[in-house]
Design a protein around this ligand. Structure first.
Ligand SMILES: *[C@@H]1O[C@H](CO)[C@@H](O)[C@H](O)[C@H]1NC(C)=O
Ligand SMILES: *[C@@H]1O[C@H](CO)[C@@H](O)[C@H](O)[C@H]1NC(C)=O
Ligand SMILES: *[C@@H]1O[C@H](CO)[C@@H](O)[C@H](O)[C@H]1NC(C)=O
Ligand SMILES: *[C@@H]1O[C@H](CO)[C@@H](O)[C@H](O)[C@H]1NC(C)=O
Ligand SMILES: *[C@@H]1O[C@H](CO)[C@@H](O)[C@H](O)[C@H]1NC(C)=O
Length: 407
């Protein structure tokens, strides 16, 4: 999507945090709280290594060129993205497979991956030395292809991402005199952040999280992702995530599907013969030809979506409103390969406002939630929340208020 757009937020927060750093000693001021950032979908970089087990796609032996040559950049690799010969290799190495024996997603055979520069915001692709990275600003990078499974079902990569983030929060706090952290997520990072918080012991959360700041995210999923899943041609063929169904092999798009709890029975995908609401998404997946994915969606992704809970720490949500945002896709003649007719409603251009209001209901209905504030930014987009001047000015004010609040 637009990962580079997080940089203005990073730069801004870094400026804010650096203003509290004593240049003579490079030590953080006693009052400053560390910030841990969970970035958006596709914002974390990934490295890969090909082992002997790797089989290049048929007729493309050059895809195995990196075999045995150690780590290289898989996501995002601009060279491979711009080279039509390398694109199929890229797509093949990025895809996930479902291992029925292990009952879990894993990388394609012979492909090993790791997130780049975990703990550092450099993993988002930036290496501006002016940033106070690793002192009071930390990046909770994660492998965006994977997603949570319900308790007692395996989800190894997601679980190890969570436990690394837990260690990072503890490390950030220790490095800053034991102060709790301001935990910030952007867009899809909010899915991971909410799971992370509700899967951490309450006493741990209360001790180590000063405030959770959720940017551009409700907890109800979205309609945009349906388009990605429905239309093989949803994006340009030069986008590796669309190329050869790459992103359809990931666990995460299923996690982002519209929640029945939020969208109810409203038709989200309309054809002449059949409508699909959030309750019928497994039918939609089957009708799209993903009959193997549909049961997995019902068994793994949906229970997690329905089980989303309030974080039970002080929480502020910031979202854009006032822009047309997709609520319904019409493929009238039932041809999902075509560009759909899109009906819009109010939102941030990506996620509609109902989703955000519903997330407020979920959080407010939890008796123990306590402080929860929803801040609306007029005419600010899903990504503009971390890049528009107006939004950044507000965010820095919000972080300053959080930093100064004594609760
Ligand atoms: C953060 O809050 C502390 C007091 O809790 C204050 O001393 C410090 O100046 C604040 N920092 C900023 C940048 O507002
Ligand atoms: C990008 O990918 C190509 C081939 O897939 C590889 O040769 C190159 O080393 C990669 N770039 C980086 C920076 O790792
Ligand atoms: C993508 O998925 C569709 C539906 O399963 C299938 O018909 C098509 O062949 C796949 N495309 C590629 C390039 O694998
Ligand atoms: C599908 O939904 C549309 C829009 O709400 C409605 O007009 C239409 O009658 C529905 N079609 C079917 C087949 O249920
Ligand atoms: C939002 O944008 C619309 C269209 O550009 C404009 O008419 C409206 O005044 C703007 N609203 C705010 C609050 O800035």
């Amino acid at each position: 999507m637009m990962p580079h757009l997080i940089f203005p937020l990073l730069a801004c927060l870094c400026f804010f945090l650096a203003s509290c750093t004593s240049p003579a000693h490079g030590e953080t001021s006693p009052g400053l709280y560390p910030v841990v950032l969970v970035p958006c979908y596709t914002c974390s970089n990934l490295d890969a290594r090909l082992t002997d087990e790797y089989q290049p796609p048929p007729g493309m032996p050059w895809c195995g060129a990196m075999k045995g040559k150690g780590w290289f950049r898989l996501w995002k690799n601009q060279t491979a993205l711009q080279d039509p010969r390398l694109m199929p290799c890229y797509a093949d190495q990025l895809r996930l497979v479902y291992d029925h024996t292990a009952d879990d997603y894993r990388n394609a055979p012979g492909v090993e991956t790791r997130v780049v520069a975990f703990g550092s915001t450099r993993g988002f692709g930036s290496d501006d030395p002016a940033m106070k990275d690793g002192e009071n600003m930390f990046g909770a990078n994660y492998d965006f292809r994977y997603a949570a499974a319900p308790p007692r079902q395996p989800s190894d990569v997601f679980d190890s991402d969570l436990s690394r983030i837990r260690d990072l929060v503890e490390h950030a706090s220790r490095k800053n005199g034991g102060k709790p952290v301001i935990f910030v997520s952007h867009a899809f990072g909010g899915y991971l952040a909410l799971e992370f918080l509700s899967r951490s012991p309450l006493s741990w959360r209360q001790r180590l999280i000063k405030h959770y700041l959720m940017l551009s995210r409700g907890d109800g999923g979205d309609v945009v992702i349906l388009r990605t899943i429905a239309s093989a041609n949803a994006g340009p063929s030069s986008n590796v995530l669309f190329y050869a169904n790459t992103s359809r092999s990931f666990a995460s798009p299923l996690a982002a599907l519209a929640s029945p709890r939020v969208f109810g029975h409203a038709p989200l995908v309309v054809t002449r013969d059949k409508n699909y609401s959030a309750f019928e998404l497994s039918d939609l997946l089957s009708d799209l030809g993903f009959s193997d994915v549909a049961p997995r969606y019902l068994r793994r992704a949906l229970p997690v979506t329905l089980g989303i809970r309030a974080p039970l720490v002080l929480t502020t949500t910031v979202v854009g409103v006032g822009l047309p945002s997709p609520v319904r896709l019409t493929y009238w003649d039932g041809d999902f390969g075509k560009v759909p007719q899109v009906a819009n409603d109010d939102g941030d251009g990506f996620m509609n406002f109902e989703v955000v209001s519903a997330s407020r209901t979920v959080i407010d209905n939890e008796p123990d939630q306590g402080y929860f504030k929803l801040i609306l930014l007029p005419n600010v987009t899903h990504y503009g929340v971390v890049s528009d001047d107006f939004a950044l000015t507000r965010l820095v004010e919000i972080v300053a208020e959080i930093n100064q609040s004594t609760s």
